[in-house]
Design a binder for this molecule. Structure first.
Ligand SMILES: *[C@@H]1O[C@H](CO)[C@@H](O)[C@H](O)[C@H]1NC(C)=O
Ligand SMILES: *[C@@H]1O[C@H](CO)[C@@H](O)[C@H](O)[C@H]1NC(C)=O
Length: 207
């Protein structure tokens, strides 16, 4: 239902305007890895699944679109999906509303979408695939260390069907990013290499 709605909104939008970015990135956090290297709020649950960091209009050059408009997110516009956002798009080290506002200002304002469409669209893409389950099916289990190619192959040969970007801090996996084209119904595409400072080593620790 919401998938169809988003597709419709997207079609209207893509056929009617020029967009100042090359592809989409959906960044998904591995909470245990993230909280190994960031001060996380002890009162917040750390689920054993990947959760949304953000959906980013991205460019192949080093200049990434960011902060395209200065308007703050009006929380009443996303009121109807806030429970879903609390569940799938939590912050582990700040207030969820502040995190969504930051992601909206930095990335959402470059998407040419309304607030509600941007957050709904991100949830729709996120729910297409469960990265933790994909890794589990390939026998990649947290608590172990694996060759980086294991992760990449597992995702490439899953329904995602495209190579992800892996992001590490000191060898620990903290995030997986998937890339999508700008088709009316966006399809996964191979991600470019990650920024060198955040790239994973040959052996990735999945904490
Ligand atoms: C990103 O790329 C698009 C098209 O390829 C271009 O129009 C836009 O100016 C670029 N943005 C930045 C910040 O370089
Ligand atoms: C989070 O921020 C919002 C908006 O600033 C505020 O209404 C809410 O009380 C804050 N929640 C917590 C748990 O601090």
């Amino acid at each position: 239902m919401s998938y169809l709605k988003v597709t419709f909104v997207f079609s209207l939008f893509f056929y009617g305007s020029v967009i100042g970015f090359d592809y989409w990135t959906i960044a998904q956090t591995w909470p245990a890895g993230f909280c190994t290297h960031n001060v996380c709020d002890a009162t917040k649950p750390k689920p054993l699944k990947f959760t949304i960091h953000g959906l980013w209009p991205s460019n192949y050059t080093t200049h990434q679109p960011a902060f395209c408009l200065s308007s703050n997110l009006n929380p009443t516009l996303i009121h109807g999906i806030v429970l879903k956002l609390d569940q799938d798009w939590p912050s582990y080290n700040s207030n969820n509303s502040h995190f969504w506002n930051y992601e909206w200002k930095k990335h959402g304002t470059c998407s040419h979408m309304s607030e509600l469409d941007y957050f709904t669209h991100t949830l729709d893409i996120y729910t297409r695939n469960d990265l933790q389950q994909i890794l589990k099916h390939a026998n990649i289990l947290h608590g172990n260390t694996y060759d980086i190619q294991h992760f990449i192959t597992a995702i490439h040969t899953s329904q995602v069907g495209a190579e992800p970007q892996l992001i590490c801090t000191k060898g620990d996996l903290i995030e997986i990013r998937l890339c999508l084209n700008k088709n009316p119904v966006p399809e996964y595409i191979k991600c470019p290499p990650p920024p060198p400072k955040t790239a994973c080593p040959a052996n990735v620790s999945f904490v």
